[in-house]
Design a protein around this ligand. Structure first.
Ligand code: NAD
Ligand code: MG
Length: 363
């Protein structure tokens, strides 16, 4: 039996994880956590002993003694759980990319000390993880992450001026929680994923590339030094990477149908539009600068996305708030969780001031 602590149980990833676990007799959920109710009915139906709404995730993990932590919380709130699993050498199936982005260097150090497994759930990173299991490291030239481009792919800045939350939430290929769906529309999601890939695979930023690929069938491509490129394909269905992460290295069957090749597949690629969607290059710069700046990028983005969803910030204001928050913040080294919590709080305060003062130049 593998005992899974499922954090973020009521969300998009959480619900799909419950479906995967229900289909596997060797998997059992030992703990459930979410940010808000209802969770009791779910816990009763799954017969789970340790249940928690909000509160201290590390304490829940301590108590429930899982074999695998599936971190599917959204945002910086997932960081203590990521650090707990890495520090204790407990397998971490990580969907909560924000924790690795904000906590990168601290998490990397905890992972080295703990020595456990970190299996990404994010589809591109699950694909990259699988691709990287083959070739010798010195033969790897670079990693390519694909981006659908979201609902506003091909739009001009002018056309983006008055897009609504409802428009941003209508993702063409993936059905996900609201925060990541808005991040996909701004390309901040691919920025977060770039930093996530850097910390997961230890690749320098200049060896991680992002390409647009509207149908989301190719999840990642590994370029090798001889000019060959290996690709990972699959329908955009998170049950595959969730199953892979919680059962690694068994890879049992899932309910997802096989790719229909005879029916035809569209594999189109292109360059992202960095001018219209600046959050990808802002993330790259924050990642390269390192220290607390990825944490600042993440915090400002979380604040700006909530403000956009609440109707108090225009779509183009999201990137403007993140850029102004980064400009208004000095980078400092991040060694301890406390330093990250401080950097996160300061960045949120600045970003909130920028949102409410409308100081950001949204042209
Ligand atoms: P969601 O909004 O649907 O669900 C988030 C879950 O986190 C909910 O259960 C919520 O109650 C819980 N939560 C929020 N704050 C919490 C807190 N303080 N303590 C405990 N639980 C808390 O989000 P989602 O789409 O499932 O995404 C979850 C994570 O997975 C995000 O980091 C996202 O970027 C990542 N991810 C999601 C997808 C996807 O297809 N949905 C794909 C790749 C990566
Ligand atoms: Mg992804």
């Amino acid at each position: 039996m593998r005992r899974i602590a499922l954090l973020g149980a009521t969300g998009s990833i959480g619900r799909q994880a419950i479906e995967i676990v229900a289909g596997r007799p060797e998997l059992e959920i030992c703990a459930l956590a979410s940010g808000s109710r209802p969770l009791d009915a779910l816990a009763a139906s799954l017969d789970v002993e340790h249940v928690q709404v909000g509160g201290d995730l590390a304490e829940l993990l301590e108590r429930s003694e899982p074999d695998v932590v599936l971190n599917a919380v959204t945002g910086f709130a997932g960081l203590p759980a990521t650090l707990w699993a890495l520090e204790h050498g407990v397998d971490l199936a990580l969907a909560n990319k924000e924790s690795l982005v904000a906590g990168g260097e601290v998490a990397a150090a905890a992972w080295r000390r703990g020595g456990g497994r970190l299996i990404p759930v994010d589809s591109e990173h699950s694909a990259a993880f699988q691709l990287l299991e083959g070739p010798e490291p010195e033969t790897v030239h670079s990693l390519v992450l694909t981006a659908s481009g979201g609902p506003f792919r091909g739009h001009t800045r002018e056309e983006l001026q008055d897009v609504t939350p409802a428009g941003a939430l209508a993702h063409p290929t993936w059905n996900m929680g609201p925060k990541i769906t808005v991040d996909s529309a701004t390309l901040a999601n691919k920025g977060l994923e770039l930093i996530e890939a850097h910390f997961l695979f230890g690749l320098p930023y200049e060896r991680i590339e992002v390409v647009l690929h509207p149908s989301s069938v190719v999840h990642a491509i590994l370029r090798l030094r001889d000019g060959a490129a290996l690709a990972h394909l699959g329908y955009p269905d998170m049950r595959i990477p969730i199953s892979y992460a919680v059962t690694y290295p068994e890879r049992p069957a899932t309910p997802v149908p096989a790719l229909d090749l005879a029916g035809g597949l569209t594999l189109e690629f292109g360059a992202p539009d960095d001018e219209t969607f600046p959050l990808l290059s802002l993330a790259r710069r924050a990642g390269e600068a390192g220290g607390t700046l990825p944490c600042v990028f993440n915090a400002a983005n979380e604040v700006a996305v909530s403000a956009f969803l609440a109707g108090s910030l225009p779509f183009l204001g999201i990137a403007a708030v993140v850029e102004a928050t980064l400009e208004g913040t000095e980078s400092s080294p991040a060694v301890e969780l406390d330093e990250l919590v401080g950097a996160d709080r300061a960045a949120r305060e600045l970003a909130n001031r920028l949102v409410s003062a409308h100081e950001v130049g949204v042209a």
